[in-house]
Design a protein around this ligand. Structure first.
Ligand code: NAP
Length: 242
């Protein structure tokens, strides 16, 4: 029987690529989205067409609304009968130094990037009971820059949660994290912007999504790995040589 993955924020960008990647390897995929319903439905149609023997379905949930978060794992499990992998990919990325961060921005970052993954991991552990969880963090967790203060802190906490959950949920559930670096330009920015950002990292170029997918494959294949963080960041976590 095909395995099933639930990927949050899977209608676009990295989440969409993870969905396509797993589908190509024979997985059924639950495509979670919030506002991007057209993109999510288009992805479902494309995947059903390309892989007619597998199951694909879109599930909407606003990850800032606890009731919607708490319904997600059970809805996906009811449709697919089991879930083997949860990828906490959905995220918000709002700029703001500590001194410029209103409480609404702080809460939004923490609700989507930490609280929702926490609740989904809890429900996965209680309802699904075995499998894999992979959390998307960010290479920024290795520094103390405050230009995205609440975002960075939410991702630092998600990494701590990854280790805590790995310890509590082993051996039935493995919990690992991937930290992308210069991967895709944010909305409104182009590849030139990304290449400029990459000038100062050891590998001197943006990575694109492929390194993230390779980390995902490695985590899934290596069944002795739990509580680990793989950097898909071209060495950015090392800092800068002077
Ligand atoms: N892109 C990069 O270069 C980069 C670098 C470092 C780390 N990362 C990490 O990698 C992951 C994927 O990055 P990305 O750039 O592809 O992500 P993204 O495009 O910023 O966001 C992915 C999805 O998150 C969903 N989302 C946002 N708010 C939500 C809410 N309230 N409820 C439910 N879903 C919500 C959105 O779904 P809808 O559109 O359906 O609302 C969105 O499509 C993230 O965790 C990010 O932090 C990315």
């Amino acid at each position: 029987m095909n395995q099933t993955a639930l990927i949050t924020g899977a209608s676009k960008r990295i989440g969409r690529s993870i969905a396509g990647h797993l589908a190509a390897k024979g997985w059924n995929v639950a495509i979670h989205y919030n506002v991007s319903s057209a993109d999510a439905e288009q992805l479902v149609v494309r995947l059903r067409h390309n892989y007619p023997n597998q199951l694909f379905k879109a599930f909407r949930a606003n990850l800032t609304i606890v009731k919607e978060v708490e319904g997600l794992i059970s809805s996906v499990a009811a449709f697919f009968h089991e879930i083997n992998l949860l990828v906490n990919n959905a995220s918000v990325f709002d700029k703001g130094h500590l001194k410029e961060t209103p409480v609404e921005l702080f809460d939004h970052q923490f609700n989507v990037n930490l609280k929702a993954p926490f609740l989904l991991m809890r429900d996965f552990a209680n309802l699904v009971k075995k499998g894999n969880i992979i959390n998307l963090v960010d290479t920024r967790i290795t520094n103390n820059r405050s230009d995205f203060a609440a975002y960075s802190l939410s991702k630092k906490a998600l990494w701590e949660l990854t280790k805590m959950a790995a310890l509590e949920l082993s051996p039935e559930i493995r919990v690992n994290a991937i930290a992308p670096g210069v991967t895709l330009p944010p909305d409104g920015k182009d590849e030139d912007y990304l290449s400029k950002l990459a000038e100062d990292i050891p590998m001197k170029r943006p990575g694109g999504i492929a390194p993230v997918l390779k980390c995902l494959d490695f985590i899934l294949k290596n069944d002795y790995l739990t509580g680990q963080l793989l950097f898909a960041d071209g060495g950015e976590n090392l800092g800068q040589n002077v």
